[in-house]
Design a protein around this ligand. Structure first.
Ligand SMILES: [Zn+2]
Ligand SMILES: [Zn+2]
Ligand SMILES: [Zn+2]
Length: 240
């Protein structure tokens, strides 16, 4: 008999069902009209949902199920539609949900609270007569954070918000040139390497001791001046 599931697991399983149904839609659309934009959209949506399902099911018995289903969906998508690195203003980045999902890294944001409001009167709770958790005319008084500043975001293995993950990982032009040789030019399409190679499992950088390697790669992409568009400074890591 299945026991009581916690919210995260239940939510994760729901995402998994939604992902499966998006995959079904993608396959139907593909059978009817070939690898059309519509079919592709369903397939990408499915990958995003699978990624989210993995996030919510992390550390449960269902994680591996979600992972394997995602790999299967990814293989179909690669065969049918192809998968490429994102290319924006000459800068490459890995945005493939399948590739990103295999790196079990999350973000833990630190906020500075700038403004708090009383939910009853909207004033600063320090200056109003309402008491938190007390009920006034049927409405419970809470303190709402209405303004906050993001101070920092650190990389963690298990973010409090399961979907707080990297939106993309920059790949330096030099790195690509080293891989493809001098004939490689900025602007050429690059296939997603994760989708080309069979799965060798997810990596847990903070658990497997890869953190140093990750930090080195990250700082390398920073010093690689030409590859870092100024206006994007440190926007490579954003909350989903
Ligand atoms: Zn008040
Ligand atoms: Zn891919
Ligand atoms: Zn995999």
């Amino acid at each position: 008999m299945a026991g009581h599931l916690d919210y995260a697991t239940e939510h994760g399983l729901k995402l998994l069902r939604e992902a499966k149904s998006e995959m079904g839609e993608a396959k139907i659309a593909e059978v009817i009209s070939g690898p059309s934009a519509v079919a592709d959209q369903h397939a990408r949506k499915a990958l995003d949902l699978y990624r989210s399902a993995m996030n919510w099911l992390e550390d449960t018995e269902h994680f591996e199920v979600a992972h394997q289903q995602m790999d299967k969906a990814g293989a179909y998508i690669k065969r049918t539609f192809g998968c490429y690195l994102a290319l924006e203003k000459g800068e490459y980045s890995q945005r493939c949900p399948l590739a990103l999902a295999h790196n079990r890294i999350g973000m833990s944001p630190t906020f500075l609270i700038d403004k708090v409001e009383c939910s009853i009167c909207g004033r600063d709770p320090d200056c109003c007569e309402h008491i938190r958790s007390r009920t006034y005319d049927g409405e419970r008084c809470t303190h709402i954070i209405s303004e906050a500043t993001l101070i920092s975001a650190s990389l963690v293995s298990r973010p409090a918000q399961p979907d707080a993950r990297l939106l993309g990982v920059p790949i330096s032009f030099r790195e690509l040139q080293a891989q493809f040789g001098p004939r490689f030019e900025r602007g050429m399409r690059v296939r997603c390497d994760r989708c080309l190679t069979p799965c060798d499992g997810v990596s847990n950088p903070f658990r497997d001791g890869y953190q140093a390697a990750w930090e080195a790669a990250e700082s390398q992409s920073r010093v690689d001046g030409r590859d870092e568009p100024e206006e994007h400074g440190s926007s490579w890591a954003r909350l989903l």
